[in-house]
Design a protein around this ligand. Structure first.
Ligand code: IYR
Length: 230
């Protein structure tokens, strides 16, 4: 998509603006807060199917994220194939066994105790979709030459946040998962060396008896996360 031909500045009129009244703005922000407070990281999935079209739309939302120099340094691989999911589960569990049996270190394992995680990742097979997020360390122009990307972790983090919000908005639950190392995903999913796996997101519907860790409901209050400088 990137061509050296698009290397010049050209302005267009702002295509969209909301123009809310203060009251509309308050209501919109209240409603969005209420909706986002209902998002939870869920580990217990149902195998109920989710259409490819919904997943595609959620990835389209991720693709609207801002990024360094608008290079959009991300690629998403959406997987519903049971064999692929099984392969990912097995490879992830191998890494997780190392992690939980000492690789993580005591402090990290202690920090995870209230979350209740372990090396078993059945959700990687049960959830109808896995979305693997890749960060593109460099890109290629149409003519095959390389260009550098900027603020890649920040850009991919924002896009992933958009994706999680989109999945939630579509009525789905999700779980971010980062087995360490994740290099096996390049080979398995045939992604180039320029791309670094950032995260696996399992998504679908929650199991009927899905649980979440009680501590996950404890979010820092506003006065801890916001200082209004005046
Ligand atoms: N990747 C491991 C460990 C893990 C690490 C963090 I930080 C978490 O917030 C949760 C889990 C796992 O998925 O179990």
């Amino acid at each position: 998509m990137f061509s050296r031909l698009h290397a010049e500045y050209k302005a267009i009129d702002l295509p969209d603006r909301a123009n809310f009244s203060p009251q509309q703005m308050q209501t919109a922000s209240d409603q969005f807060l209420d909706q986002m407070r209902r998002r939870h990281s869920v580990r217990d999935f149902s195998n109920r199917a989710v259409s490819r079209e919904v997943i595609e739309n959620c990835v389209r939302v991720a693709g609207t994220a801002p990024s360094g120099a608008n290079h959009q340094p991300w690629h998403f691989v959406a997987i519903s194939d049971p064999d692929f999911k099984r392969e990912i589960r097995l490879a992830s569990e191998l890494e997780e066994r190392r992690f939980y049996s000492g690789g993580a270190g005591d402090e990290w394992l202690k920090a995870l105790e209230p979350i209740g995680t372990n090396d078993q990742k059945p959700h990687l097979e049960i959830a109808p979709w896995l979305i693997v997020v890749f960060a593109q360390r460099w890109g290629h122009y149409d003519d095959g030459t390389r260009f550098k990307n900027y603020y890649v972790p920040e850009s991919v983090g924002i896009a992933t946040g958009f994706l999680l919000a989109a999945l939630h908005h579509a009525g789905l639950v999700a779980l971010t998962h980062t087995p360490n190392p994740m290099k096996f995903l390049n080979k398995m999913l045939d992604r180039p060396e320029s791309e670094k796996p950032a995260m696996i997101i399992a998504t679908g519907h929650p199991a009927d008896d899905a649980k979440v860790p009680a501590v996950a409901k404890m979010k820092k209050p506003l006065d801890e996360i916001l200082t209004v400088a005046s």
